[in-house]
Design a protein around this ligand. Structure first.
Ligand SMILES: O=C(O)CCC(=O)C(=O)O
Ligand SMILES: [Fe+2]
Length: 293
């Protein structure tokens, strides 16, 4: 069954081959439903659950303000308390957003809650300890990730577990209308665009989609996204390369990609193009998961 959701196709249970041929190879975003809803994560995961299994674990949360990011660290115990209070009262300042956390590596018991994992959609190279490439996003309703593309120009499979999120997507060819700064961030606020200050944005074609629990959203390399949590939310993604995107990720050194990012792309290209085993590559790639910029 195929339905169109404001220009992003929504499919029920497509095969790995279909996904590769019709979406990855054509750089088309897609939402895939019906693949993961049987995961135990849907009945188990919540912030109180994470608190019950790892109360003392320290997690880093971010505040995005005027193009700058401030970081603060909390125990899960404290973070759960802050979010609970916010969801009950909704009248205080927006809590910081726990963003890009490798939670499966920090709490390995969570890995069994996402079985069988959607490995058909990833290159085989990622199958070995795939959870090491997952980054979590945990936050209150109204949390916001401002407009950006993913910093290594990877593909992104985004798994929505708890709550809904509204994504505003812009395909990479529209980035020239969005006023880029600092490699991967953009000055446009797609929810309140200021056409006087940023007139080129009139030419852009933003696509709004709502991602629900059980959905997988695929974003091709370089897709701009602005993400608003509509509810308290738990999600995670896998940023991954094909051999072609890893090559493009290296070539992006000529388009202003920071040297450190090119280094991580070189490592991934060693795996995807030259078949260096993941056990070897990951030793050097690991630090990326705490870097992400
Ligand atoms: O969910 C979010 O707030 C941000 C997600 C994101 O930027 C990503 O998956 O790359
Ligand atoms: Fe992103």
């Amino acid at each position: 069954m195929v339905t169109i959701s404001s220009e992003v196709e929504r499919h029920h249970q497509i095969s790995g081959e279909d996904f590769l041929v019709n979406y990855v190879n054509k750089s088309q975003p897609v939402i895939i439903s019906g693949v993961i809803p049987k995961w135990d994560a849907f009945s188990k995961w919540s912030l109180p659950y994470f608190r019950s299994i790892a109360p003392e674990l320290n997690i880093c949360a971010k505040k995005f303000h005027n193009g700058k990011i401030a970081r603060e660290s909390f125990t899960i115990e404290k973070y759960a308390e802050i979010l609970e209070e916010y969801e009950q009262t909704k009248n205080q300042i927006q809590p910081p957003y726990c963003h890009d956390i490798p939670l499966f590596s920090l709490i390995p018991s969570l890995i069994k809650d996402v079985q069988p994992f959607a490995l058909d959609y990833l290159p085989k190279w990622y199958a070995y300890k795939w959870w090491r490439y997952c980054q979590f996003f945990i936050g209150s309703s109204n949390s916001l990730t401002p407009l950006h593309f993913d910093c290594l120009l990877t593909n992104n499979l985004f798994f929505q577990i708890v709550g809904r999120k509204q994504f505003t997507l812009l395909l990479s060819e529209d980035s020239k209308y969005c006023y880029r700064h600092n490699w991967r961030w953009f000055k446009i606020d797609p929810e309140h665009p200021d056409f006087e200050q940023y007139p080129l944005y009139k030419n852009a074609r933003p696509i709004k989609v709502i991602v629900h629990p059980g959905d997988i959203l695929y974003m091709p390399p370089g897709t701009l996204h602005h993400v608003r949590s509509l509810d308290m939310s738990i999600s995670f993604n896998v940023d991954w390369h094909t051999s072609k995107s890893s090559f493009n990720g290296i070539a992006a050194s000529f388009k202003g990609m920071p040297v450190k990012n090119v280094y991580y792309n070189l490592l991934l290209a060693l795996g995807l193009i030259f078949k260096v085993p993941p056990q070897v590559v990951f030793r050097f790639y690991k630090s990326y998961l705490n870097y992400v910029s």
